[in-house]
Design a protein around this ligand. Structure first.
Ligand code: UDP
Ligand code: MG
Length: 352
């Protein structure tokens, strides 16, 4: 079994050697490859990795032309990983390599995704801990998603989970949400998250907020649809108030001339404008969801059914579980795989 480890790195010259040593220790006796994705480092990270790759063929390196962000780096790593299982981890040893054997064990028990869950967050400020807690709570409510709290991008994916992840090619990426969206069999593995081995976090508050917003906006159109709900409420309340104003104007003499008509117009139109905005928001939301062109569903097991024919688009059918009929045609179209990935894909047929 080949284990691939995908590691995004940005200016991690201090931590990379420590991580490599950690990997060598933890994976003694295993077959592995480490795919480093250099996300535009400006220090010696790249030269350290080049040397490591030269000395050990298991160390692989992808270099980006500039900084594209860790989500893009992880995506590239997953695209190039060949392993039967693929782990994504940070370079700073906050995701401990010692956990890898246990993760592989769970993978071998049949889990498609193994998610280490942080039970403690050493070296993180109280502010970061509280905001993280609040964010995960809010996201799971708003996005109505199977999002495990306190799970970062540190994860193990089975080969077929990686193939499924590769079909999600949206621009604004929130990998944890995407992994949850697939709905594959997932194991949780509690662990204590340590402080960074060296250096400082590349995730200042503003970047954290941006990622959080990507998390909300790519899994829910809730914010776009808010004005629809508010518009309904305001229209209702406005109409009641309108009736009251009408009563005051027609049956009492308490109103100043002109006041009633202004208030009435205000009540009715504000509500209607918000409603219209909500409706437009809903169309925008639908267009947005459509433009992501995500697959419509993910099939994980087939019993006595052949793999689908080419005509199936925007669908993911994963091989490897269930009782399969003869593989009649390749289903490269429906998984969105590129031709050069097919040999790997074929190799998977019948595994497990
Ligand atoms: N990273 C990256 N590109 C970036 C920022 C970070 O590849 O633009 C890498 C970084 O080198 C590390 C991982 O992503 O391996 C996680 O980053 P960091 O430890 O700074 O984030 P934190 O753990 O504080 O959330
Ligand atoms: Mg870190």
């Amino acid at each position: 079994m080949l284990l691939s480890i995908v590691i995004p790195v940005l200016n991690e010259a201090q931590t990379v050697p420590l991580l490599l040593a950690g990997l060598h220790d933890a994976l003694r006796g295993a077959t592995w490859e480490a795919i480093f994705v250099d996300d535009g480092s400006t220090d010696e990270t790249a030269s350290i990795l080049e040397r490591a790759a030269f000395e050990d063929h298991r160390v692989k390196l992808l270099r980006f032309s500039r900084n594209f962000g860790p989500q893009a780096a992880v995506t590239a790593g997953l695209d190039f990983a060949n392993g039967d299982a693929v782990v994504v981890m940070d370079a700073d040893l906050q995701d401990p390599p010692e956990l890898l054997p246990r993760m592989v064990e769970l993978f071998e028990q049949g889990y498609d995704i193994v998610s280490p869950q942080r039970t403690s967050r050493e070296g993180e400020t109280r502010f970061k801990r509280w905001t993280a807690l609040l964010f995960y709570r809010m996201l799971s409510r708003v996005a109505n998603q199977r999002l495990a709290p306190d799970v970062g991008d540190f994860r193990l994916f089975s080969r077929r989970a990686v193939l499924a992840m590769r079909t999600l090619r949206e621009q604004h990426r929130y990998m944890r949400g995407m992994a949850g969206w697939l709905g594959l069999k997932e194991a949780m593995l509690p662990f204590e998250r340590k402080a960074r081995a060296a250096g400082s976090s590349h995730y200042p508050l503003l970047k954290m907020l941006r990622l959080a917003w990507t998390g909300v906006s790519s899994f829910s159109a809730f914010p776009l649809r808010v004005s629809m709900a508010v518009g309904c409420l305001l229209s209702g309340a406005g109409f009641m108030y309108f009736l009251w104003v009408l009563y005051l104007a027609l049956w009492t003499s308490e109103t100043v001339p002109g006041w009633a008509s202004i208030v009435a117009l205000q009540c009715v139109f504000s509500g209607m404008i918000l409603l219209a905005l909500g409706a437009i928001g809903d169309y925008v939301a639908r267009t947005y969801e459509e433009t992501k062109s995500r697959p419509l569903y993910v099939v994980t097991e087939l019993y006595n059914l052949p793999l689908p024919s080419k005509s199936l688009t925007r669908a993911v059918v994963l091989e490897g579980r269930g009782l399969q009929g003869e593989i009649t045609e390749d289903n490269s179209d429906c998984t969105g795989l590129r031709a050069e990935e097919l040999p790997l894909y074929d190799r998977l047929a019948g595994v497990r």
